[in-house]
Write a protein that binds this ligand. Structure first.
Ligand code: SF4
Length: 401
């Protein structure tokens, strides 16, 4: 199990995941802690930018601020480096001299940073409410039960777990314990090929248990590996036996966890049709966390880093419709005035948990560190960290990663 500690550690975990008011109480067990001991600056404080700058300057090299691509501009301006979750974890690991790593992203990313950084470093998440709905869709107890179902069905010995970076440390540890690998949206194809090779290759009867994003798993298997939609089954942890028969498990090649991203899962084929009729010649570029029918209707699919590179290399004057998180698309539109950049669906909005990290929380975090207090420290259980590290190291050992 993972553990989350705060500098003061006052709140008892609450029994339910009730919605908590910002800055009051905490639910550390469900990663929804929102307590900010001391004064959380008011959002309309006109001195926030100056306070953040002064605190960061006072900390100097002792602090390293990471900013995920989906973060707000007001936070990104203070990031020492920006990137996707994998790049940021690697950047954190490459800064052993930084005493504190402030992770402007979500909880599972800060966990990975804690796993990859040294014991002398602390990893801090400015708001513990910044979780990830996708990561929350796979609890370790559910995954252990699912493995028992696969074992009872006689298929677990021919199954390799592959977990997306967007999962808790406990799921990564499960994956490491069972000889699997972590993957990202950039290297999912390589990771799946490696996993299938372990169990007889793509044409054999071996299987991959892919967690927690069914869409990334399906898109990679079908669009990049040449498997069929019929080769994929969805394991629903809320149903007995995952909602699958032994025969279905036996016939499957990809056993997809029933999880999805609440942002990317909302894009639809209708969005693609609409933008094509509104903007002739538009290039539709979507993230692989989108549904398979959306990916199939798009022109290009790729990770956030791929999307950024594609727009950097785009022909001036070309038009693009992007299906990923809104903060990133807005920033791309602002940095590429030579292009016409559309958001694929104007009704899909920001990642709400990413947006929990705002300037007041960043100021509060940096000023706390200046005062010698370490708030919202993310600490992964050592045993989980050991096995999660094995799964992360396996990913780093994949060809071309
Ligand atoms: S965009 Fe989706 S996968 Fe990424 S943090 Fe938000 S909910 Fe999780």
């Amino acid at each position: 199990m993972t553990a989350v500690t705060t500098a003061t550690g006052f709140a008892e975990p609450t029994p339910s995941a009730a919605l908590l008011l910002l800055g009051q109480k905490a639910d550390l067990a469900s990663e929804r802690g929102v307590e900010c001991p001391g004064a959380l600056p008011a959002p309309d404080d006109p001195g926030l930018v100056e306070r953040a700058r002064a605190a960061k300057e006072a900390l100097g090299d002792r602090v390293f601020v990471l900013g995920h691509h989906y973060q707000r501009d007001e936070v990104i301006q203070f990031a020492d480096v920006t990137g996707d979750s994998f790049k940021l974890a690697r950047e954190a690991a490459a800064r052993p001299q930084a005493e504190h790593v402030v992770f402007c992203g979500v909880h599972f990313m800060a966990e990975s940073a804690d796993i990859l950084t040294g014991d002398h470093q602390t990893v801090v998440l400015p708001d513990l409410a910044a979780g990830c709905s996708m990561a929350d869709m796979a609890a370790i107890e559910q995954v252990e039960e699912a493995w028992a179902v696969l074992t009872d069905a006689g298929v677990s010995a021919r199954t390799v777990p592959v977990t997306y970076m967007n999962s808790t440390a406990a799921i990564k540890a499960f994956t490491g314990r069972h000889g699997g690998t972590v993957c990202t949206s950039s290297n999912a194809q390589v990771a799946l090929r490696w996993a299938f090779e372990k169990v007889g290759g793509l044409t054999g009867d071996g299987k991959v248990l892919f967690m927690p994003d069914q869409h990334l798993g399906r898109n990679t298997a079908v669009e990049q590996l040449g498997l069929t939609l019929e080769d994929c089954v969805v394991f629903d942890p809320r149903k007995p036996g995952g909602g699958l028969t032994v025969a279905e498990l036996e016939a499957a090649r990809m056993i997809l966890w029933r999880g999805h991203c609440s942002v990317h899962g909302r894009f639809s084929v209708q969005n693609v049709t609409d933008v094509r009729s509104r903007v002739p010649g538009v290039n539709v570029l979507v993230h692989p966390e989108c549904k398979n029918e959306v990916v199939a209707a798009a022109d290009l699919v790729g990770s956030t880093e791929f999307i950024i590179r594609a727009l950097d290399a785009a022909e001036p004057g070309s038009a693009w419709a992007i299906g990923t998180e809104l903060n990133l698309v807005r920033r791309l539109a602002a940095t590429h005035p030579e292009l016409t950049v559309h958001y694929l669906d104007s009704t899909v909005c920001f990642c709400s948990t990413m947006n929990r990290i705002d300037l007041p929380h960043l100021v509060w975090t940096l000023e706390s560190l200046v005062e010698g207090r370490v708030p919202n420290r993310i600490v992964v259980d050592p045993e989980d960290a050991r096995w999660a590290r094995a799964a992360l190291d396996q990913m780093l050992a994949l060809p071309g990663v």
